[in-house]
Design a protein around this ligand. Sequence first.
Ligand code: ATP
Ligand code: MG
Length: 344
Amino acid sequence: MAGAIARAACFRNGACLLYGWRRLRLTASCMTEPAIRIDNLVKRYAGSRGEEGKLALKGVSFDVPRGQIFGLLGPNGAGKSTIINILAGLVVKTDGDASIWGFDITRHPRNAKRSIGIVPQEIVFDPFFTPFEVLENQAGFYGIPKGERRSEELLAAVRLSDKRDAYARTLSGGMKRRLLIAKALVHSPPILVLDEPTAGVDVELRRQLWELVTELNAQGVTVVLTTHYLEEAEALCDRIAIINHGELIADKPTRELVEMTREKVVRISVDRDIDAPLREPFFRKVDAIGERTVEITYDRDEATAGQVLALVQRHGYAIEDVTTREADLEDVFVRLTSMGAGAP
Ligand SMILES: Nc1ncnc2c1ncn2[C@@H]1O[C@H](COP(=O)(O)OP(=O)(O)OP(=O)(O)O)[C@@H](O)[C@H]1O
Ligand SMILES: [Mg+2]
């Protein structure tokens, strides 16, 4: 479905095929740049009535490699949208640098903006425009001549052709989000940034959105997304950066990040109520799941599941059921963000 959108966004033989982009000269050095470079970025929001203001970014640096799906994760208020809004030109940085597709956002703001399509966290539309008009207006904003616009094609790609002439205010939340994605793709940018694209979206639509993202990426579009669904980040992203309280606390390929933890979890059901805490030196964590079920976290370098079971039996319980699982991104995320700043 996304093939048509992405086709125009692809770069063949290093040349940009896009209308409106022809004036963009991509030099050899530019082509070796990462898709996005964030260098020691600082943002302090102004305070009101003499207050100090919020230091939302405390010197964040990371690169988004070209061609990847890159996840930017972090708890509420970590600074994710601040980074994205700085890239979008909606928030002015306090210090540091950022470049998009090799273009510095301060020195070459026009080229930087043309290289990126951003789907903001907040849904904002003029409610009286139709989806078709929203896309046409956006194309006009980018100076794309009428004959070269792809509004119909984009509406079809996000499955909104039947809503072409409806007022935007009559669209459902999920439809509005899809329209925002089409709007971000109007100028066929090589980078698409999605800030919480699946927040409040039903399971089926979420699946469709991820399909769209994966297809776009397969066609060569670099994708950056923020999400609170860690399972999805783990499944979709090639690389993940985690920020917490305005500081970068991890930036690694997804697989490496998940493997950072040596922890394993074993869930054990026993034959009678557990009346006293199960304490052993290499039990990292013991969570009561029910009267007779516990989840024990241990380090796989220190013990085996068999040893864990033997210790539980030594406390006088007969084991009735056992399941084990590897730690996942959620475990790593919780561990890193609860450690505060300074983690790897
Ligand atoms: N316009 C603003 N003025 C003052 N403070 C702001 C402004 N925008 C954001 N902040 C503050 O900056 C910090 C980072 O906010 P930001 O929106 O970047 O977080 P986030 O990681 O996107 O969070 P969420 O997951 O909830 O979307 C928060 O403490 C927030 O309250
Ligand atoms: Mg946000």
